[in-house]
Design a protein. Structure first.
Length: 303
């Protein structure tokens, strides 16, 4: 089954490409010409197409003859709100148009757990708008909402959290660190995504791909410290003070760790219900206490 992965050179995208190839699919990976992750695909027998989802004129050949599209290309940790609209909203619109024009039979859109936040951010709004575009796009679709992705190295957002936790001699906890999360191990996320391709139950469905146990932000911070062999006290910091600190740091750093959507993620629950994924996909993720100690797979170690 010919499959296209947008964002195919990304940390998750490249691993998905690799596993789709191992499963016997003919795979095409769409990546930016200057994507720093292109080396991840160097030894993968896939068709690499260079293009940009914000430039529809670069997309046509990538979609030709494709049956299924995994749409992963997105921006997450950027300072400019207009980039969320340009990539996550308008880029998704371009992907849907290209998929419909090419006669794609199944579009699997990787969204975000942040769409459920009651206090939205430019990022969560862009992912919410992207979901709506996919639903109304005229292509049979499946929407996937992963929670915070981690592994031995972390995902981009988790790495930022780990860096924040391990940077200070006293760990500042935004609010009380009570927000409930359910982080998903990258291996489990990939297995869940693979199980959607060719699954007759999947079109028209929404799947929450989360981990196997809810944890508070405080508990997550302690697990990160243990992983790094650190023991440090934690200090709750009122949210208004954190916003002031974020404004100051934002003026001093090119890529600050504390931005509006990262603060929203630290203070709002994202413990989603994976029951439909369990029923349709055989999805059975591990909890973070177990997953964070899982040794890297050969593919992960070699990427």
């Amino acid at each position: 089954m010919p499959v296209l992965v947008t964002g195919g050179a990304g940390e998750i995208g490249s691993r998905l490409v690799r596993q789709l190839v191992r499963a016997g699919h003919t795979v095409r990976a769409l990546a930016l010409p200057d994507d720093p992750g292109l080396d991840r695909l160097r030894d993968v027998p896939c068709d690499l197409v260079l293009g940009d989802i914000t430039r529809p004129e670069t997309l046509g050949s990538a979609f030709d003859g494709v049956h299924t599209v995994y749409h992963l290309a997105a921006v997450l940790l950027v300072e400019r709100a207009d980039l969320f609209v340009r990539v996550n909203v308008e880029g998704t619109r371009n992907v849907v148009h290209a998929a419909r024009a090419a006669g794609v039979q199944h579009l699997i859109h990787v969204s975000s757990a942040s769409v459920v936040y009651p206090r939205s951010t430019p990022y969560s709004r862009s992912k919410r708008d992207g979901e709506q575009i996919v639903r109304e796009g005229g292509v049979p679709c499946t929407i996937v909402r992963p929670t915070l992705v981690y592994d031995g190295d972390g995902g981009l957002e988790f790495k930022t959290f780990a860096e924040f936790v391990t940077r200070w001699p006293i760990v500042p906890l935004v609010g009380q660190g009570r927000a409930l999360k359910n982080p998903v191990h990258a291996d489990d996320l990939i297995r869940g995504l693979l199980a959607i391709c060719g699954n007759p139950r999947a079109p028209g469905r929404l799947y929450n791909l989360c981990g196997g146990e809810p944890l508070s932000v405080r508990q997550m911070a302690r697990l990160v410290l243990e992983q790094h062999g650190l023991r440090r006290p934690m200090l709750p910091v009122p949210l208004p003070l954190v916003h002031v600190m974020a404004m100051i740091v934002g003026r001093l750093q090119r890529r600050p760790m504390l931005m509006e959507h990262t603060l929203a993620g630290l203070t709002q629950d994202a413990d989603l219900d994976p029951s439909s994924a369990r029923a349709d996909l055989g999805y059975n993720p591990v909890g973070m206490r177990q997953g964070i100690r899982r040794p890297p797979t050969p593919q992960e170690a070699g990427r």
